[in-house]
Structures are given as C-alpha cells and as structure tokens.
Ligand binder design. Structure first.
Ligand code: B12
Length: 137
C-alpha cells in the first residue's frame, strides 16, 4: 500500500520522520516522504498525485492541533479521499496533556488513528490491524 508521510507545519524534528520512513518500508509499504515543514495542502496534493491509501502525519513540537482543526474542511475540497486512512502521531500538544483527552479531539478533526506519545512500532502495529479489519468482509 502507498503511504504519504511527513512532519506537519513549522516543525523541523526530522529523526522520527526518518525512522518512520525506514519502518514503513521494512513493513512493505511504498513510501512518499515529504519530510519536515510540510503543510496540509502539500500532504493532500501528494495523496492525490501518488494515489496513496494512507496519510501518516507526524508532529513533534506539539503544534499540530493548529493545523489539525483545518483537516476536515481542507479534505472536503479534494475529490475521492473518503477512503483515505488518516493517522497522526508524535507529541500532539504543547506541554503536557492526557491521551484520553487528546485522542477524541483529533478524531473529531477527522483522523482515524491518533497516537499521542506512542512508540512507532506500536503505532504501526495499530495501523496494520486497522487495515486488516477494514479489509475483512
Ligand atoms: C533533537 C531535538 C530538537 C532538535 C531537532 C533537530 C532535528 N533537525 O531533528 C532542535 C534542537 C533543532 C530542536 C528544536 C526545537 N524543539 Co526540540 N527536541 C529535540 C529532542 C531532544 C529529541 C527529538 C528526537 O529527535 N527524538 C528521537 C526520535 C526518534 O524520537 P521522537 O521524536 O520522540 O519520536 C518517536 C515518537 O514520538 C514516535 N512518533 C513520532 N511521530 C510519530 C507518528 C506516528 C503516526 C506514530 C505512531 C509515532 C510517532 O516515533 C518515534 C520513535 O518511537 C526532543 C526531546 C526528547 N527527548 O524527545 C525535543 C522536543 C521534541 N523539542 C521541543 C521543542 C519545544 C522544540 C523547539 C520549539 C524549541 C525552541 N523553543 O526553539 C524547537 C522547535 C523548532 C521547530 N520549528 O520545530 C519539545 C516539544 C514539546 C511539546 N510538544 O510540548 C521537546 C519534546 C522537548 C521538551 N521536552 O520540551 N529540538
């Protein structure tokens, strides 16, 4: 399956992004990595251009929420993205916050899978389980 990934907004933390790229490839995904400092429009444009089934966004500086709120409105401007699997992870707030508060907020923004301070392998296991469940008739 094809995945578009990158780090959202004015976020330059690149290490996790590189690990995500390598881990996704090791699990057999075809990866289009937009790297750091990526804006929502660029993510959706890349999804359309590549025909990706998954958009996996990373945020480390905690500022994703400012962008996340615009996800639904922006996605609605693109055609045929209803089945796109939307995942986000990293540090999803500035400062401290509880996953039980943060996860439902991001789900409301339109993300299917939300991993606040979840390690990468656990997150990717969750993604694979979600895909398998979705593909089970
Ligand atoms: C290195 C670093 C920097 C370097 C980045 C260099 C670079 N080009 O990458 C420099 C010094 C430039 C930097 C700058 C800043 N940083 Co900094 N930085 C760090 C630090 C020390 C390590 C980050 C790192 O690379 N970790 C290694 C990777 C492998 O681990 P990771 O990032 O945690 O990623 C794991 C998980 O988060 C997860 N993951 C990540 N994304 C996703 C996505 C999904 C879907 C899933 C499932 C999992 C997942 O997978 C990874 C592996 O398990 C952290 C503190 C820390 N100890 O984590 C702060 C930290 C991330 N930085 C922070 C901050 C605030 C900043 C600055 C704003 C500081 C400032 N005032 O200027 C700026 C941001 C500038 C910007 N525009 O983004 C904060 C963020 C706080 C928050 N969210 O509330 C942190 C947490 C430090 C802190 N405790 O305050 N930083």
């Amino acid at each position: 399956m094809k995945v578009v990934t990158g780090v959202v907004g004015n976020d330059i933390h690149v290490v996790a992004n590189r690990l995500i790229d390598l881990s996704l490839r090791a699990r057999g995904f075809e990866v289009f990595n937009l790297g750091v400092n990526t804006y929502l429009e660029e993510f959706f444009d890349a999804v359309v251009e590549t025909g990706a089934e998954i958009l996996l966004i990373s945020s480390l500086n905690g500022e994703a929420e400012g962008w996340g709120r615009e996800v639904k409105a922006l996605k609605a401007q693109y055609k045929n993205l209803d089945d796109l699997i939307m995942m986000i992870g990293g540090n999803l707030v500035v400062g401290s916050g509880k996953a039980e508060d943060i996860v439902p907020r991001y789900k409301k923004y339109g993300f299917d899978l939300v991993c606040h301070q979840v390690d990468l392998n656990t997150g990717l296991d969750t993604l694979e389980a979600f895909i398998q469940e979705r593909n089970t008739p």
